[in-house]
Design a protein around this ligand. Sequence first.
Ligand code: FES
Ligand SMILES: [Fe+2]
Length: 388
Amino acid sequence: MSENFAAALHRRATAAMQAGRADADAQGGQVKVAQYTSEAVLQQELGLLRQHPQPVAAGSSLASPGAWLSLTHFGIPLLLVRQQGGQVDAFLNVCRHRGARVVPEGSGGGDGTAARAFVCPYHAWTYRPDGSLRGVPESFGFPCLKQEESGLRKLAAAERAGIVWVVLDPSRSDADPGRSLGALMDNLESLAGLGSPVAFAPRSYEVAANWKLLVDGSFEAYHFKVAHRQTIAHMFVDNMQVVDEFGLHRRLYLIKTKFSQDKPEAAGFDPRRYGNLTYFFFPNTTILVQPDHAQLSSLEPLGAGRTRVHELTLIPQAPASDKATAHWEANVALYRRTLAEDYELAESIQAGLASGANDALTFGTFEYSAPRFHAQLQQQVAAMQAAG
Ligand code: FES
Ligand SMILES: [Fe+2]
């Protein structure tokens, strides 16, 4: 698998360098400004995002059976529990009695002791680690209660590439997140150190821009030599990116100048030495693969003009020395500096959208992934609404 993938990237990168452009037959396009400013559009998109797997936590934060993690994602209280069989189950952290949050935010368990029960702080309904309802104080007051149907609502979940992915919409509890992440996830996991990496430096912050402006920015290399001239532009060939689509997901290969300097052979070609690989999982997650680690960014829309970005650095194993920690911290800092350049521009675009200067934003041929993404997103939202 990985050898074919590397050889194909070598062939396509070589052809792009010879032609002086990648994906020469691609079409540009336009996206209406209202797509970035409308709260009604955003509400529809949020419904769709809740139906697609969201990366909510690192598997390494639930180290062993019995470990649990209570968090809030997309405003939804979640409880993750690693089961005795090793898999991570995800539940809505909402009591089936009168809806209180069962477990306060935090983490615990997994220290070899028997997994605890979860006791609701309001009237002490008690749930087992598998989510089932274990006990109800003074249960004579609930003569019609079907205990076996009153466990915590379970959500579809899967652990892939060291990340726990959850479908947040409880009506989609029969979804298969591993299947929807598809062949692109298989390819990502086949890369050295990314099969079951460890999370480093989880962080989140807010950007005053529509979430799709941040997606647009991750889909083209046209801006590199201008917007990233102070940080990373010197490492890359100008505006030279090869894109592969995997259904609604895509992988973008941004070619480094080292590729034209070294002229590596096809045999044994290591794509990670000669370019950045961006794995985009539709609709809102990117994993940037670098030679010895990866950076995950996932976008949580807070409003039409506001986004919370969740980031995680994925490394092969926990740092065993101060030197190793410093190495990863330096990588996090460079990633943060580079993305700050992108996000500042996204905020400047958002601030000007309502001015009336543009009815639509215009994307060139080499920026084609962005208008394609918008068309796919709008199709998916329409299909979701048609399905009711
Ligand atoms: S709301 Fe949880 S026990 Fe009453
Ligand atoms: Fe950028």
